[in-house]
Design a protein around this ligand. Structure first.
Ligand SMILES: Cc1cc2nc3c(=O)[nH]c(=O)nc-3n(C[C@H](O)[C@H](O)[C@H](O)COP(=O)(O)OP(=O)(O)OC[C@H]3O[C@@H](n4cnc5c(N)ncnc54)[C@H](O)[C@@H]3O)c2cc1C
Length: 391
């Protein structure tokens, strides 16, 4: 595979007008500085708490880069545009940080609505939800620790299971697949227990439900081996979204504060090695898995294409998908979709105030010297040059 593939900025930015490219250039130029991102996120949270009218600024600057709309109707316009480039979409009504039963019910209703909208459009094969949008973090944590649940916990768990089950039932009924986002390592085992229980029920011939595996965690290859053995025993067909992982700082801080072994690989090189080993493992065992690879890393994307070729797996094999987040790494998404691979963009939508934690995570991921920003900036500048216009 030619390593020049991702240099094709004409295709990567075909949907971007000069003005929207200028806006992206401005955004990536400021979020490349970690200090600005840190300060900005503190101010953003403070201003919203004080109910200062900052929503329009956040919407214009960050939201429009990383989210596709305030509601599903707006999101569908992006779905349509992407479909012209052989790109499918994952619709995500994005809320997080909720802690009341009422908000879990609201999130559940919105997820069902998203599943129904997805079913009306062949270009939306997947939807997604975040476990802590449907149930409390404390509950997942208790399950993860194997603690005995009291009566209140038990009734909470019953409601969480009902919400999960009703989402999966709707997916089965409407023919839409669903991804379950991963959370922090100390609650994830609680999520895994629940998701596996439902995989037994719904992932019989094929995967309807995809669980997420974060490869920055040292021990995750073992988890993939466990899933392989479940698949070989015909307990269920594991659906897997593999990612590197988005909560590194939080994970390291907690491990240090509570004095346990840091669960994250000791450096980026080790995470990359773990992630790429997982790719090899999954491609080699593809007949036992349904896989989505969520990454903006160009080397891993080249590696995956290469592994598929070496293992004689067709580019459009329905069991393997590439995925990138909206607003990031279009050079990967557009160029590999153009070669006929299965690629989808994850499209978050929702009220601006509700997606703030997501926007902050995206800004943080793009900051730092080795972060994504410099690559995005280089590509945008290259495209300005190609269009022969000034940035
Ligand atoms: C479609 C999609 C869905 C996603 N869903 C989830 C999800 O459900 N849960 C979730 O947690 N994340 C999710 N992510 C985010 C993902 O985990 C990564 O944070 C993000 O994609 C950046 O990693 P990368 O593979 O793109 O590549 P890169 O930019 O090459 O890698 C950056 C990542 O490497 C790791 N890393 C960086 N520095 C170090 C270091 N010093 N030591 C060890 N590791 C390091 C971190 O995981 C960091 O995020 C998703 C991403 C995509 C594209």
């Amino acid at each position: 595979m030619s390593k020049k593939l991702f240099e094709n900025t004409k295709l990567a930015f075909e949907l971007k007008s000069n003005n929207s490219l200028r806006k992206s250039l401005f955004l990536f130029s400021i979020i490349k500085y970690p200090l600005i991102v840190k300060l900005g996120s503190i101010l953003m949270r403070l201003f919203l708490k004080l109910k200062l009218p900052v929503t329009p600024i956040i919407k214009n600057l960050l939201f429009d880069q990383f989210c596709v709309g305030l509601n599903e109707k707006e999101s569908m316009m992006t779905v349509k545009k992407l479909s012209k480039f052989n790109l499918k979409s994952i619709l995500h009504y994005h809320v997080e940080g909720y802690e009341s039963e009422k908000s879990f019910d609201e999130c559940h209703e919105n997820t069902i609505k998203t599943i129904k909208s997805a079913s009306k459009n062949d270009n939306v094969p997947f939807t997604v939800f975040k476990p802590t949008g449907l149930g409390s973090l404390e509950l997942f944590h208790k399950i993860a620790q194997g603690l005995i649940l009291n009566e209140n916990d038990k009734s909470q768990l019953e409601r969480v299971e009902k919400r999960f089950d009703s989402c999966f039932q709707a997916c089965e009924k409407y023919g839409v697949k669903i991804l379950v986002d991963s959370e922090e390592s100390w609650i994830q085992p609680g999520v895994d227990i629940l998701v596996e229980k439902f995989m037994i029920k719904y992932n019989k011939e094929d995967a309807l439900i995809y669980n997420t595996v974060q490869m920055y965690l040292k021990y995750k290859i073992k988890y993939l081996q466990h899933l392989l053995s479940c698949s070989k025993k015909k307990l269920f067909v594991p659906g897997i979204k593999i990612v590197r992982g988005a909560y590194m700082e939080k994970e390291r801080l907690r491990a240090k504060r509570l004095g346990y072994d840091d669960p994250i690989c000791k450096n980026k090189f080790e995470t990359d090695k773990n992630f790429n080993n997982a790719l090899q493992f999954l491609v080699k065992n593809l007949k036992y898995f349904n896989v989505i690879v969520g990454s903006h890393n160009e080397e891993s994307s080249y590696l995956l294409m290469d592994l598929m070729k070496r293992n004689k797996i067709k580019s459009n094999n329905k069991n393997i998908w590439f995925a990138q987040l909206y607003g990031m790494s279009d050079q990967i998404s557009f160029n590999i979709a153009n070669l006929g691979y299965n690629v989808c963009k994850l499209l978050p939508y929702g009220p601006v105030e509700e997606v703030i934690p997501y926007l902050i995570r995206r800004a943080e991921e793009n900051s730092s010297v080795r972060g994504q920003s410099s690559r995005e900036l280089d590509l945008i500048k290259k495209e300005f040059k190609r269009r022969r216009i000034n940035s």
